[in-house]
Design a protein around this ligand. Structure first.
Ligand SMILES: Cc1cc2nc3c(=O)[nH]c(=O)nc-3n(C[C@H](O)[C@H](O)[C@H](O)COP(=O)(O)O)c2cc1C
Length: 327
């Protein structure tokens, strides 16, 4: 039988399919249902929730700057005792499952919250995923360079407080993603998660108001992540988890061939249930058997850009008559 075990962030995963941070991983019951996965990333706790806890402990008003999204989130999910709840979730997940448990923090700054990261380590988290996104809406408040620097500051600050492996989950919108990836490595990042899929934006033209777009990805959305995994896996020495649009075993195989160490999966599990992980695992195993691969290491990275007979094809972004029937 094919051996699907792999290593990600120095952790031993029984298979490369990680349940990504979402409502599926917000409760102990939810996490226990993920036990057939390679690992689990808990729902992100917000930096502002941690600051609110810190303010409560210091008995002062503390947290003053709340970014817009956090204000909505905290109204919905509550600010009190969020850190206690998160520590309990980590402890429970560690005692009720045997897979690695990755804590996740949504953050926008390297502020005081970073000191609290050590509490997640003490509770038993195996790694930390930083879900960083600084919305670049106001060019006068923060330049592109300052924005990028904030990512680096966050990683450096967190690494000061924990010995855990630290991954950063990024969006794909950087002027130079390879430069950003290399800079993140200089501050000690252990892994990159490529990419987050942000809450979608739409307009309702009948009610004349903002409305949410489709909350779940489609399989076609794998393309951006697949391209960049295939390019960055050859340029970086840190681990890579592919995220967005991975819906079946074939998509897992593609990302592993492109050089990912693991994949993170969310939308398809909302659609088909968490048991779909087992189907994906068996599809990957079937593909490995058909292609004569005994282990993931046998084929991982075989189709990254570096190994390609046509490296330019990985960077092709313009439609050309010769390559598309529709011209
Ligand atoms: C309902 C929902 C909640 C999510 N919550 C988080 C979160 O708290 N933190 C995070 O980093 N990503 C969050 N995500 C993003 C997912 O982890 C994932 O990166 C994204 O959905 C793309 O993967 P997919 O195509 O497999 O869905 C959420 C996604 C959904 C649909």
């Amino acid at each position: 039988m094919a051996d699907l075990s792999t290593k990600y962030l120095g952790l031993d995963l029984p298979n490369p399919i990680i349940v990504s941070s979402s409502g599926l991983t917000n409760t102990l019951d939810g996490v226990v249902k993920c036990a057939g996965a390679g690992a689990v990333v808990l729902k992100s706790i917000f930096e502002e929730q941690i600051l609110a806890e810190s303010a409560r402990l210091a008995d002062s008003s503390g947290a003053t700057y709340w970014h817009t999204e956090a204000a909505d989130y905290i109204r919905d999910y509550g600010r009190e005792n969020a850190v206690d709840y998160y520590e309990d979730l980590i402890r429970g997940a560690k005692s009720e499952t045997s897979i690695p448990v990755i804590a996740s923090v949504h953050c926008v700054s390297a502020g005081r919250w970073t000191e609290f990261a050590s509490r997640f380590e003490a509770a038993g988290a195996d790694a930390l995923e930083l879900n960083v996104y600084i919305f670049p809406a106001d060019p006068l408040r923060q330049t592109a360079r300052e924005n990028e620097q904030a990512y680096l500051d966050v990683v450096r600050a967190v690494k000061k407080h924990v010995g855990l492996p630290v991954a950063v989950k990024l969006g794909s919108s950087f002027s130079s993603l390879p430069e950003m990836a290399l800079k993140l490595m200089t501050v000690g990042v252990d892994g990159l998660v490529l990419f987050n899929r942000f809450y979608p934006f739409d307009l309702d033209i009948e009610k004349m108001k903002v409305s949410p777009g489709a909350p779940l990805s489609t399989p076609a959305e794998i393309s951006t992540s697949l391209r960049w995994v295939s390019i960055l896996s050859g340029l970086t020495t840190c681990d890579i988890a592919a995220s967005t649009g991975v819906h079946d075993g074939a998509a897992v195989v593609k990302q592993l061939l492109a050089g990912a160490d693991a994949v993170e999966v969310c939308s398809v599990l909302y659609q088909k249930g968490v048991d779909h992980v087992a189907t994906m695992v068996s599809e990957v195993g079937d593909w490995m058997s058909r292609h004569g691969h005994a282990s993931v290491a046998d084929f991982r990275g075989k189709m990254r850009q570096e190994m390609s007979s046509n490296p330019a094809a990985h960077e092709r972004v313009q439609f050309m008559k010769s390559t598309t029937p529709r011209g």
